[in-house]
Structure formats: C-alpha cells, structure tokens
Design a protein around this ligand. Structure first.
Ligand code: GLC
Length: 745
C-alpha cells in the first residue's frame, strides 16, 4: 500500500511538474542537440536517413498487436524509424529492442497513436470538452491522456485536432473545438500544453501533433476529404489561428491534411508547409503527413505517379510519410537522379532526430517502457475522477421549461430510448485503448440515483432501424410515470472520420417515438448523445428540457445522472451554432452584416438577406447554455470612451447569481468593428471568463482589450487595427447581451 501511495505522490509530482509554469531550458537543450544531431547524421547512410522519414502502422490481431515481418525487417535495417498504432510496454519494448539493439545506427523509434480524448480513461469527445470553456480542465484532460499513453509506451499523439468547423454535416466536427477561432486557439494551446507539458524530456510528456493542417474542416458540402476553397483573408482570419496558437504553445509536430486548399493539396503546399509554417510562424518541429496523403496526390491529379508525389511533398516541406511507403520507395532514387538533394533529406531527418533527442529517447530508449508505471497509472482513480469532472463540465443544458430539471428524488421516471443502455457509444469516436465493458450506462446510473422502483426502462426503438415493435411498451411505461427521460441521438460511428451526414436530424424512427410520447402529455426530458450539432427544432418544441451530453466518455453516464438529480449544476456552453435545419448550413456567429441585413424584429421585408420559409437565427446560438442558477448581468462599464496605439481599455460587468443553486457561468465578450476597409463580422468572440457564483453572490468581471484584439487583415491584406467605432457585447451567450460602444483613434 505504501508503495502505491508513494507512486501516486511521484506521479502527482510529475503531473504538477509537467504543468509547471517554470520554463525548462528547452532552448539550451535545442542548441546541444544541433551538434548531437549533426554527429548522428554524419554516420548515417542515405537509406538510414530515409528510414527516419518513414512511419508505418503496427497491426492488431485478435491475439494483440502484430507487425508484418517485412516491417520488422525494415526496423532492423533502419528503413523504418517510426511506428504508430503500437502500444503496451511489452510490445513497444519488443519493437524498440529491434531498433536499438539490432539495427546499425541504433536510433530509437517514435511510437505514435491517436490519443484524441484519452488513452484508457476516455474523456468526452473534444467538441464536448470545448463546451466546458474550461481551459484548465481541458489541459488536465490532455495531461491525463499523456500520462496514461506515456505509461503504455507511447511518445507521440496525433492530437490536438484544431480544425475550425462550421458545417455539422462533417463528421469530424466532433474532434475539434467548434466554429470559433478565438475559442479554438485557446483550446489548441491548452491541449498542446497538456500533452507536452513544459518539458518534453519528462517520461510523462508526449509529443503533440497539431492537425489537420490546414482548413480540413471546411470541405465542400461537409463531405469528408472534399475540396476546400476560400479567400486568403478567410483562411488567415478564421482557419489558421488555432494551428498558429498550437505552434506558439510549442507543439513540435504538425500533420498535413488530406484536402486540397485553393487547388493545392496541403501535403504538397509550400505556401502552407514552408512559407507560413516555417517562415512566418518559425515552426521548428517536424511535419508528418496524414495517412497515405502523399499517395493521394495522384488521385488529386497533381502528380502523375507516386514518385512525382514524393518529390512534390519533400519540396513542399513534408518530413515524414505516414504509411504511404512513398518516401520509402522513391526518395533514394530521386536523389540519385538529382530531382531532390541529400541536403533536403538531411534537413528533414535533422528535425526528426532533434525530437527524438528532445524526448530523451537517445538517453534512454526505454523511458516509456515501465511495467510498474503502466500498472499503477493507466485508468487510475485520479484519472477517472478527472474524466467525471470533465464530463460534468461538458454537458450543455439547452432547455429547462418551468424548471423541470433537476428531477425530484421520488420522481417516477420512464427511461426510454436506444442510447439509454449504450456503453460503447458513450465513448464517441477515436477511443484509443478505451474499453467500455466496465463503465456504467445511463440506465444503471439513473437507477442508482433515483432507485429501482422509480425507474422503468423501455428501449422503444433502435438508433436507426425502422422498427416500431418497441413503441407500445415504451408508451405504456410513460403513461405509468411522472416524466419521460428520452436518451436519443446518434451512434458513435456517425461521427469522426469518413462520417459525413447529409441529414443532421435525429433518425426518423426516434423522432416518431418522441412524437408519440409527447401525445401522452407527460413532461419530456431529452438527453442527446451526438457528435455534431443536430437539427432538432421539432424535438425542442416537444421537450420540456434538453441536455446536450455529446459523447461524454467513460464517466458520461454518471455525469448525466448527477445533473438530472441536481447534484451537479450544468455549466456547458455551445462551441458551435445549432441550426434549425440543414438548409441554414453553414450558419455561425461571426457572419457579415451584408448590404441588406435581415431584421428579425422588422416588418415583412422581402428584399433582405433571408429565407422565405425560415428565420435566419439559429435554434441555439454560439455560446448558449443554461444553468440551474439564474445569472443576471448589469452595470456594463468601459473605463474610457476611446483609446489609441499602445493603450488598452477595460470592459467590466456585474454578474449576480439570483438562483438557489451555486453555479458556474461563462461570461463572454464579443466585439463588432462597425466600419472597416473590408466588411467585418457582426460579432467576434474576444474574451471569456468562467467563474463560480454562489447563490446570491455578485462578482464584477473585467476584460482588457488592446489593439491586438481588434486587428484584422485589412483591404490590402496588411494586418492591424483601423480607427473607428466598436461595439462591445457581454453576456452568458452570444445572443442575450448588454452592449456599449467605444472608439479607437
Ligand atoms: C487518419 C486521420 C488522422 C489520424 C491518422 C492516423 O486518417 O485523418 O486524424 O491521426 O489517420 O490514424
């Protein structure tokens, strides 16, 4: 027992160190590595250098991890220097042994894995975590994922995914932080710091990889892998900031995306991979492709064959080929025929070797192979508690008519729906080494909280199958209860990669069941499990309360039950706009005013930017989320009516909790630049603060604004502020706000 406690203390120490504000002397270390890297390079032959630019996947058989013998031979010959999808100490140690004991150069392997929202302890999907607007919690989540991964032999995660997404048809909206560049940038930095800590050489820090660079989240028609086309201004104002925030936070690897951007596939874009990433942002890490994305330059139609593709990718700035075998097959030949130079190879290999030095792999190739740590750390109680807390923070209360919620202890509950007993779906997509056998489902946690005799479950229908045989039993259960709790939504398989939907509604069979339940007249609490904004206008009218639970992770069912009972007060806010229907998509907060703006309060205006069959405003706006508390905003103040270069202004507001529950509120600041050399968004998020307010408590929240907050890409594409009038909006969401104005001169 003593060892256990000591070990926890050590981990807690490492955990704190990993997040310590004290900067490690990384820059000095980097300079040392220059000499070390050059000396290793000088001993390598061309094949071994190219081997460091090769990343192959491990397999996974029923019996566990497996590797084709050809790949094992490649590791031994130095023709493969990096592996992904391999984990556990035993397996990574076995592969590392081959690299460092049997190869000529004995260069340690990188072990990458998609640790997106947890390794074994699965946190809510990233879009759910973004709903917490809690940077410390998000950083902790990444830290737990790093600690568990590192304890299992992994030293590289292909995360954070920071792609801005404004189209809910795109399944990968689930993996990011939503629609907004300001929120997305803050979250990108928090995740990088969580994964990498302040010192990559600690055995609980792993290399982060910001992806998918760039603008992968804006595919045509929301179809995954489809073309992306946008102005450079849109690219730089909206889609690039989160990647830059990750680079500024110290991320040491970047993944190039599948998509073409303005006609040039990202994986061969010198504009993205060299001009912006290296020259403008001074990125010093490595660039790895997405899975076979060099090979895909051929179907993109920019390379006649894979050898040409290899040349394009290397010339653009790609250092490592994920699973494509294109560098493996063709780089040597391209050097021999003079299409590329060995110096270019050396530049790429130097970046990779430096990272292996940064991770401490040359000091100790087995630093991530500690069986004891693996047993004691992975899925520890502390991590489970963190995952529970994050799940509670991620859930968004969208509706609570007449305070149906929280439910009283003796409420007779009809628990209905295809996801009420789901376990695998709770985890969402990209679940790494997550397991679901041991977690609880919502039926179990609700029974635990309300008592077996008060909870009567009837599935009612499947997620999608058009089969109504379960309706009768479900409706009978509702008739004999006080309230119907409906757990509805999507299968986890409907979000993530290659999961675009043309219809973003709840499946028809579930909608029919909700309609039938509503006819009975009992109050409806709708609990949504989904990985994207859903078009739920009808369901929102039929339900008295709606909890947006997303895919809430290993402890999600526990969090949902504790919110239904009122043990936990929901505090989530939407990081992405919920449209009324698919016809409004794309719809997002920071739209332009147009020359014929729609006025929802105006008279019937025909010649306006509007629909003839639907209002312009969304069902639920960006930043929206209710609480069991009641927050009142007053006294919006600005400390000066105008400011100029080098100056700042302070915007403050009083927030009072008029409710009986203590609760957390996210106070949001939006700004509008009224007149610019180009059209400007009607609102842009420029600040937020999440704070706890006890019942009856009032706090003053102050935001500091300087010219950097108001700068943008002007008509000539220079970046900066312009003089003029600005409006500041402050509130608990982007729609219900107090406003005031100020000038910059
Ligand atoms: C996938 C994904 C990427 C992931 C990679 C490795 O295709 O696009 O997000 O990191 O391959 O699994």
């Amino acid at each position: 027992m003593k060892t256990n406690k000591l070990f926890c203390f050590i981990i807690l120490f490492f955990f704190l160190i990993g997040c310590s504000p004290v900067k490690s002397k990384k820059e000095d270390k980097y300079k040392d590595f220059k000499e070390k890297v050059d000396s290793v390079l000088s001993l390598m032959n061309l094949e071994e250098k190219i081997g460091q630019m090769v990343l192959f996947t491990s397999g996974w058989d029923v019996t566990g991890p497996s590797m084709p013998s050809s790949n094992l031979q490649d590791i031994k010959s130095g023709r493969c220097g990096n592996i992904f999808n391999a984990y556990t100490v035993a397996y990574t140690r076995k592969l590392q042994n081959i690299a460092v004991k049997e190869s000529r150069m004995k260069i340690p392997l990188l072990f990458g894995y998609d640790v997106i929202h947890g390794f074994k302890t699965i946190f809510p999907i990233p879009l759910a975590e973004a709903s917490s607007w809690d940077m410390e919690a998000i950083r902790n989540s990444a830290r737990v994922a790093a600690v568990e991964s590192a304890a299992s032999g992994i030293n590289w995660t292909f995360a954070p995914m920071v792609d801005i997404a404004r189209d809910p048809r795109w399944g990968r909206i689930a993996e990011g932080a939503g629609e907004d560049p300001y929120l997305g940038s803050r979250i990108a930095a928090a995740r990088v710091k969580g994964f990498q800590g302040d010192d990559l050489s600690l055995p609980i820090s792993i290399l982060a990889c910001v992806k998918h660079y760039a603008a992968y989240g804006a595919p045509l028609a929301g179809r995954d892998y489809a073309s992306v086309d946008m102005s450079e201004r849109m690219l730089r104002e909206v889609y690039l900031p989160p990647y830059k925030a990750a680079v500024d936070a110290g991320v040491m690897s970047v993944m190039s995306s599948f998509n073409d951007l303005n006609g040039v596939p990202a994986t061969e874009s010198r504009f993205l991979l060299t001009k912006i990433l290296r020259k403008e942002w001074n990125f010093k890490g490595l660039v790895v492709t997405d899975y076979t994305s060099i090979n895909e330059l051929v179907p993109h139609g920019v390379a006649a064959n894979e050898k040409e593709a290899a040349e394009l990718a290397l010339n653009a700035g790609v250092d490592m080929d994920m699973q494509g075998s294109v560098y493996y097959k063709y780089l040597s030949d391209l050097v021999k025929i003079g299409k590329i130079t060995e110096e270019q190879i050396d530049t790429a290999v130097a970046r990779i070797l430096k990272i292996k030095f940064l991770l401490g792999l040359f000091d100790d190739p087995y630093r991530f192979c500690n069986e004891k740590r693996e047993k004691e750390i992975v899925h520890s109680k502390m991590h489970i508690d963190f995952a529970y807390e994050m799940a509670c923070k991620s859930i968004v209360l969208l509706k609570n008519q007449n305070n149906i919620l929280p439910l009283k202890q003796n409420t007779r509950i009809a628990l209905i729906g295809p996801l009420a007993e789901a376990k695998r779906d709770l985890l969402g997509s990209w679940i790494a080494a997550g397991e679901w056998d041991s977690i609880q489902n919502i039926h179990q946690t609700i029974k635990e909280n309300f008592g077996d005799k008060n909870v009567h479950y009837a599935k009612g229908c499947e997620i999608k199958k058009e089969e109504k045989s379960g309706f009768a039993a479900a409706l009978k259960t509702v008739r004999n209860s006080d309230v119907a709790v409906l757990v509805m939504g999507e299968s986890a398989e409907w979000c993530g990669e290659a999961a675009s939907r043309s219809n973003i509604g709840i499946p028809e069979i579930q909608k029919e069941l909700i309609r039938e339940v509503a006819k009975i007249g009992k109050p409806i609490v709708l609990v949504l499990m989904n990985g994207r904004p859903l078009a739920i206008e009808e369901e929102s009218q039929l339900s008295g309360a709606i909890l947006e639970a997303w895919f809430p992770g290993s402890l999600g069912a526990n969090a949902i039950a504790d919110i239904l009972t009122g043990k936990v007060n929901p505090s989530g806010k939407l990081p992405v706009t919920f449209p009324r229907n698919i016809g409004q998509v794309p719809i997002f907060l920071s739209e332009k005013n147009t020359g014929r703006p729609y006025d929802p309060k105006g008279t019937e205006q025909k010649y306006r930017s509007r629909y003839i069959d639907c209002p312009n405003d969304p069902l639920y706006p960006f930043g929206f989320g209710l609480s069991y508390s009641k927050f009142t905003y007053s006294n919006l103040q600005i400390d000066k009516p105008k400011f100029s270069h080098g100056d700042t202004i302070h915007i403050s507001v009083k927030v009072r909790n008029d409710g009986t529950y203590n609760g957390e509120e996210v106070v949001q600041l939006y700004i509008r630049d009224l007149v610019g050399s180009v059209t400007r968004p009607v609102k842009e998020l420029k600040g937020f603060q999440k704070l706890m307010l006890r019942s009856g408590e009032t706090k003053t929240v102050t935001f500091k604004i300087d010219e950097s907050d108001l700068s943008f890409y002007r008509k000539d594409m220079s970046y900066g502020i312009e003089p003029g009038e600005f409006i500041a909006f402050v509130g608990g969401n982007s729609s219900d706000v107090l406003e005031t104005s100020f000038r910059f001169e």
